[in-house]
Design a protein around this ligand. Structure first.
Ligand SMILES: [Ca+2]
Ligand SMILES: [Ca+2]
Ligand SMILES: [Ca+2]
Length: 478
């Protein structure tokens, strides 16, 4: 019954992904996208595409006796070879907030694009050397701008359901940006994702129900789990999904946009005849997972992803915990030691001075943040460098994507890019031999009110964008 109802609500639009823009040859084609009509009552619309770009991960060659060290040559310096088809505020579909490529951010003159209102979210989809910048304003309206060779062209943007964090794609002719809407009457805080090469869709609703839509048959399968209503749907190159589950209000902190936090994590395998929950991690009370996504990255380069979560409770505050995909705890960091104190996990990248893979975090971003870098050693996660003065989250905001990793100054070593505590500057925080330092600091001429958006261009260069409280989208793009 549910299947029949939902099918009737879907507005399919298959668009071929093989077309290329005539006057811009040899560029990777953008994502297929669909034109959405104005949202009907109930706002049921979905974009369906035929192809999906594989997830790129940093090279991760390691010596077996040094599991957390990778050679400097493994630092990701080039854009993924496959065109990117969707833009996420958390940069990568596996939740890792990293932009590939080598940028020249400190030396670029920013381009300020006036908006029709105050921005809330920014997305960036690379189209060769062009970038489609998508903006969701704080009143829910959307705008999109194609920037190429310093020229800005506003293009149409499809509507986004209220309170949905955006995932963006672009039409073949680059004349329209499309925001994915869940095919349900009342959406949760997340966008659907196209999680495999067949173009199949995963989506959820405010009740925390999770569905998989087979776009060929129209079959819809409900996964037997309750997910965090505003938890983002992560996926990997094998079409597996990883999502925070078992929502709970047992930790009275509620600083991430609502009062519910994760009580677990589910890993869903979709490749077989029936999707199955391969792993279900249950967090023991009183702890919860304080976040909207885990990080799902191969930290030690052994070819297997790990799951990183920030656990919190009223006694100890936040603590970083590392699991394998079977749900076994591999390592943990020290808890903060005081309730109502959060640590924001951002990205895993070869931040270390010798290319060591490290986790970048921000301690207490609401009350004066401190950047902290972790290394994984045996069953311990150890902080190896700290730098105060930076933030990555505004209290009570659903935006957990104000910081990201990448080599934005092009020196071959990735740094963490994030705002200063007052959000009027962006700092590039790079690891040194024995600590961390700001290797550049950029004035914003306004206050940052959105996530950071990044794009890896086909040349290997990078572009960065941010929305400001004065109604400006500021873009650094070569
Ligand atoms: Ca929450
Ligand atoms: Ca691993
Ligand atoms: Ca760098």
């Amino acid at each position: 019954m549910k299947k029949v109802i939902l099918i009737t609500l879907l507005l399919f639009s298959f668009i071929s992904a093989c077309g290329q823009k005539d006057d811009v040859p040899a560029l990777p084609t953008a994502a297929a996208a669909a034109t959405l009509p104005p949202l009907p009552e109930g706002a049921n619309a979905v974009i369906v595409v035929e192809e999906e770009a594989p997830v790129a991960e940093p090279d991760s060659a390691v010596s077996p006796d040094s599991p957390t060290t990778i050679p400097p040559t493994a630092v990701p310096q080039t854009a993924p070879t496959q065109p990117t088809q969707f833009a996420y505020t958390y940069q990568q579909p596996d939740g890792n907030r990293i932009v590939f490529g080598k940028g020249n951010l400190p030396n670029l003159t920013p381009l300020d694009i006036p908006l029709d209102g105050t921005p809330q979210w920014v997305t960036a989809l690379p189209l060769g050397e062009a970038v489609m910048w998508g903006v969701v304003l704080d009143d829910g309206r959307t705008q999109a701008f194609l920037v190429q060779d310093g020229e800005t062209t506003e293009v149409t943007a499809t509507e986004l359901m209220p309170d949905v964090a955006p995932v963006m794609t672009v039409s073949d002719d680059w004349q329209q940006a499309g925001f994915l809407n869940p095919p349900v009457a009342e959406a949760g805080g997340n966008s659907p994702v196209v999680y495999d090469a067949a173009g199949n869709l995963a989506y959820s609703n405010t009740a925390g129900e999770l569905f998989l839509l087979d776009v060929r048959s129209g079959d819809i399968i409900q996964i037997d789990a309750e997910i965090l209503p505003d938890g983002r749907l992560l996926f990997d190159e094998n079409g597996r999904l990883l999502i925070l589950s078992d929502p709970t209000g047992r930790y009275d902190h509620g600083v991430l946009g609502d009062a519910l936090e994760g009580g677990g994590v589910i890993l869903v395998e979709t490749g077989g005849a029936e999707p199955t929950i391969a792993t279900h991690i249950i967090i023991p009370e009183p702890q919860v997972i304080e976040g909207t996504v885990p990080l799902w990255v191969d930290w030690d380069g052994d070819g297997q992803r790990e799951i990183i979560a920030t656990l919190s409770d009223a006694n100890q505050g936040a603590q970083i915990v590392l699991y394998n995909e079977d749900g076994e705890q591999l390592a943990a960091g020290e808890p903060i030691g005081q309730g109502q104190r959060w640590r924001h996990q951002i990205a895993v990248a070869p931040f270390g001075p010798n290319g060591e893979m490290e986790l970048a975090t921000v301690l207490t971003p609401h009350i004066g943040g401190t950047v902290g870098f972790y290394q994984w050693n045996g069953d311990a996660l150890n902080i190896v460098a700290e730098l105060p003065g930076y933030t990555s989250h505004v209290i009570n905001s659903p935006n957990l994507d104000m910081a990201m990793a990448g080599d934005f100054d092009g020196d071959g070593q990735p740094e963490l890019l994030l705002p200063t505590d007052d959000r009027t500057q962006l700092g590039g925080i790079q690891r040194t031999a024995d600590g961390a330092e700001a290797v550049y600091q950029l004035d914003l001429d306004g206050k940052m009110v959105t996530n950071l958006a990044g794009a890896a261009l086909v040349s290997g260069d990078t572009a960065v964008g941010v929305g400001l409280d004065n109604g400006v989208l500021r873009v650094w793009q070569p």
